[in-house]
Write a protein that binds this ligand. Structure first.
Ligand SMILES: [Zn+2]
Ligand SMILES: [Zn+2]
Length: 392
């Protein structure tokens, strides 16, 4: 029997003078004001300004302050926290599943793109779901062909569809900003359910580890040169053309790469899960007062807000990951669902192990005073509040 990992977050205690808070960009706040209104911009500008007094249940009544976040979806700080949360939850699931399957984390990361000429056919509200499903089918079929994996083996795939380029969310002058693509990850092992015939088990369920890592095919590309992933690209082209019609573009772009280890996983999943507001606000921070198409930004971010950011397929689907699924029974794992997980994550404990609760809140001016007076703060170590370097 293997040890379940703890779901609790690690909180630390930091003194006022060591608290660091990134300044909210005035340019971004101005964008928020134009897109979502004055009140929303005000809410975002006051993120972390107020604080709450927390105290423990124990005899010693241990207490500390904790900053209050705005939880606006226009807030780069709060969306960063939300991304971190999602990232943690995914990592929790992946660690549990791989441990129960007695394997490390090994995966292919892949990317599909949509040629520019078809961009109007896929919107975040509509065509993106179809595009995502096509992308998953394409990669999984390619993988099965390359490694001769039968249909009886369920793969584990997750994918994040995106509608704009992260580095250039407003386009680059030459191209308009719509850049439809999917980031996918498929694990380097699969699961084959048991085969039953005439009431008896013919073959027991098993985890199938794929021994080959590198998938690339080689051939002659459309320009007549020897190239890698020729079949991968031409098969993606066939998928696109059967859906959207004949293509003028000479070639299509796909990426496939093998990676392994938790460092790679952490890096990859953080990149996939980053929030839309991060792309747009970082661009605003870097480009200052430059004029932008805020209609597009609002459309891109609003459409996304109602959508599930990550989608899971095959043995990673919610059904396969539920406690009573054949897979979970087979590997002897009971994963916490998102609700149970969130509940655990929100619990804060004092250094003596007593649970802490909110007692009252204080306004921004008093929070500033508390920081100046070097009062203790509870910090989740989210990305935006960090302990100052001792030298600084
Ligand atoms: Zn205590
Ligand atoms: Zn916030």
């Amino acid at each position: 029997m293997y040890q379940k990992m703890s779901l609790r977050q690690e909180y630390s205690l930091v003194y006022g003078k060591d608290l660091f808070r990134k300044e909210m960009s005035q340019v971004w706040l101005e964008h928020v004001r134009k897109m979502a209104g004055y009140l929303e911009a005000k809410r975002v500008s006051e993120c972390g300004a107020r604080s709450l007094w927390w105290a423990c249940d124990g005899e010693e009544s241990f207490g500390a302050w904790k900053r209050m976040l705005c939880r606006s979806r226009w807030c780069p700080v709060c969306s960063g926290a939300e991304t971190k949360h999602l990232w943690n939850y995914l990592r929790y699931r992946m660690r549990e599943v791989t441990a129960a399957m007695h394997t490390g984390i090994r995966f292919w990361r892949w990317e599909t793109t949509l040629p520019y000429e078809f961009r109007e056919l896929v919107t975040m509200m509509d065509g993106i779901d179809r595009f995502t499903a096509m992308s998953v089918d394409w990669f999984e079929s390619y993988l099965r062909r390359r490694l001769k994996i039968t249909d009886s083996v369920k793969l584990l795939t997750m994918v994040v569809p995106q509608w704009w380029g992260s580095k250039e969310p407003y386009g680059n002058g030459k191209f308009d900003p719509k850049h439809v693509h999917c980031h996918g990850v498929t694990l380097c092992f699969g699961w084959e359910p048991e085969v039953v015939s005439d009431g008896s088990v013919v073959r027991p369920a098993r985890v199938v580890h794929f021994s080959r890592r590198y998938l690339e095919d080689s051939g002659i590309d459309v320009k007549g040169f020897p190239s890698r992933f020729v079949e991968a690209r031409s098969s993606w082209r066939r998928v696109l053309e059967s859906e959207y019609g004949e293509m003028q573009a000479e070639d299509v772009d796909v990426k496939i790469r093998y990676e392994e280890g938790w460092d790679q996983w952490n890096h990859r999943s953080a990149y996939m899960l980053r929030s839309p507001v991060k792309d747009f606000s970082e661009w605003a921070d870097a480009n200052g007062e430059k004029a932008v198409d805020l209609e597009w930004a609002r459309e891109a971010m609003s459409a996304r807000a109602g959508k599930q950011r990550v989608r899971y397929y095959g043995a990673l689907s919610p059904k396969s990951q539920s406690p009573d699924s054949p897979l979970m029974k087979f590997i002897g794992l009971r994963l916490s669902n998102r609700k149970q997980y969130n509940r655990e994550q929100k619990r804060v404990f004092c250094p003596n192990g007593h649970e802490m609760h909110v007692v009252y809140s204080v306004p921004p001016d008093l929070t500033v005073k508390l920081i100046a007076e070097n009062e203790p703060f509870i910090v989740l170590l989210p990305p935006w509040i960090r302990v100052r370097d001792s030298g600084g």
